[in-house]
Design a protein around this ligand. Structure first.
Ligand code: AMP
Length: 485
């Protein structure tokens, strides 16, 4: 998770980049930053919080130049403090160099340890700094140094590098994270999602291909394919399920449309639906519920209202406080829900704790039956490529049977979408999509995380003794009500 954007060859590079960051705010809310080049120097400004908090009125005047790179940060690797806010700027053997990175490397810790034992001193705890250290060990020029560095890392990266005279945009060979390019007149724009181009009035040109590097220098653009071909790509399907903005377009398909298709596919897969209404969990489940409603013929009702003025849920210890946090965010509409048989739609279940509280709210509001329907498959494995998922132990579907999850949620029934349905609805195939969170099949080695028992087993392996697991789960439900918080 993180949003990146760059504008090259524009007098308005800095204000355009800052504006574009607003369209990438959903990709990261912990910090934001912009680096600009005036042709000889790089100047950077970073701040904690949302884009408008990070750049107080007037602060961007300190940045000038016709090249700029911006970043919104969601910490999936490294601490959430300002030190790790990107773009990171370094003075090294090749001169000033900035990096803005979206994605997670899966061998950064291993490389970092090696470099540290040879005397390297790191300034941040971010995996992106490993790339910079590797570039400094190459004689250059800078694009060759970047290629040499990226050939040594594994995992997910869509990156923007800035020197005083060059912008380099690059996508990892499997293309886990998105990166698109467009134009405003002569200016070039690169961004994580097309919604940022739309906001700036830029014309969409194309997505960078997996493994492509584009260099903008002196008003000209060069494209290279510097990495060995993998014979497949691995675009993150969770971008389509949950993470990306619904108005963004990937591979010619609008995310909103794919989400509706996920809901429609789910309705087709549910054999019998004895219910009165379809209710989305707002906001993430709304398009999925629209698709479900259309395909099933059941009316869509707003049974939950979201309060948009509550910032991030302030989670306090204790059941009562946590229930209050959910009630602050979501209010049930009792007249819609009373005595109704409800299909409750959300895009995904991670720990199950939010869904459980929402079901509690609906019951207290008088719902007769609640059938939880999830428009993606069970999340059985952590993401090592940049989506914030907890460890396997905290993923409810990695450790519990379907029936145990249903009981934990307090739903009358629980249905998930199949993997085939997921791929059908999003237009993907096993050869061009990363489904690791749903299948535990990781498209790259995950060097840093290969501890025994961390990946897969119960979800992908042979079926465990179901009765024994159910009994264990039931005992755990009773003993440790809120173990997943
Ligand atoms: P829970 O019931 O606690 O598993 O929470 C499920 C909710 O979390 C769903 O509404 C999802 O849209 C949302 N969600 C899914 N993935 C993430 C994520 N990586 N970060 C934050 N929220 C997420």
């Amino acid at each position: 998770m993180c949003g990146i954007i760059a504008v090259a060859d524009s007098r308005n590079a800095v204000p355009l980049t800052a504006t574009g960051l607003f369209a990438l705010q959903h990709r990261g809310q912990e910090a934001a930053g912009i680096v600009a080049s005036d042709g000889s120097r790089l100047r950077v400004l970073t701040g904690l919080g949302l884009v408008d908090e990070a750049f107080p009125e007037g602060s961007l005047k300190a940045l000038t130049g016709s090249y700029a790179v911006g970043h919104t940060r969601y910490a999936t690797s490294g601490d959430g403090d300002l030190r790790n806010a990107q773009p990171l700027v370094f003075e090294h053997v090749h001169g000033p160099l900035a990096i803005a990175h979206n994605g997670n490397l899966t061998n950064a810790r291993t490389i970092r340890k090696k470099l540290e034992t040879r005397g390297a001193i790191f300034r941040t705890s971010s995996d992106s700094e490993v790339i910079i250290h590797l570039t400094a060990r190459h004689p250059g020029p800078i694009e060759d140094a970047v290629i040499a560095a990226l050939r040594q890392v594994e995992g997910a990266y869509s990156c923007l590098f800035l020197t005083p005279t060059k912008l380099i945009a690059v996508r990892d060979p499997l293309g886990f994270r998105p990166l698109v390019m467009g134009r405003i007149g002569k200016a070039r724009v690169f961004a994580s999602e097309t919604t940022a181009l739309e906001l700036l009035g830029a014309r969409f040109e194309r997505e960078l291909e997996p493994g492509e590097m584009v260099i903008v220098e002196g008003g000209r653009l060069r494209s290279l394919k510097p990495f060995p071909a993998h014979g497949r790509s691995a675009f993150c399907v969770f971008e389509k399920v949950y993470f990306a903005r619904p108005d963004s377009v990937f591979g010619g398909r609008t995310v909103q449309t794919d989400r509706q298709a996920l809901g429609a596919e789910l309705a087709r897969e549910m054999s019998e639906i004895a219910a009165d209404i379809v209710v989305p969990v707002p906001d993430s489940g709304v398009p999925h519920a629209m698709g479900f409603s259309r395909a099933s013929g059941l009316p869509l009702e707003v049974g939950l209202v979201r309060n948009h003025y509550i910032g991030r849920t302030f989670i306090q210890p204790g059941q009562a406080a946590r229930d209050m946090a959910v009630r602050l965010k979501l209010a049930p509409v009792a007249s819609v829900l009373k005595k109704k048989r409800i299909v409750l739609i959300d895009d995904s279940i991670v720990r199950g704790t939010t869904s459980r509280r929402i079901i509690g709210l609906l019951r207290r509001a008088g719902a007769r039956e609640i059938h939880m329907a999830i428009a993606s498959p069970p999340i059985v494995a952590p993401c090592f490529y940049g989506i914030d998922t907890p460890s396997r132990a905290e993923l409810i579907a990695a450790t519990r049977s379907r029936e145990a999850i249903r009981r934990f949620l307090g739903a009358d029934s629980l249905t998930y979408l199949s993997i085939d349905g997921l791929l059908r609805a999003t237009g993907g195939t096993a050869k061009d999509t990363c489904t690791a969170c749903f299948t535990a099949r990781y498209p790259t080695p995950i060097v840093d995380f290969e501890e025994p028992g961390l990946i897969g087993s119960e979800a992908g392996g042979p079926a465990a003794d179901q009765k024994a697991r159910d009994a264990r789960d039931q005992a755990r439900d009773a003993d440790e009500e809120d173990i997943y918080i």
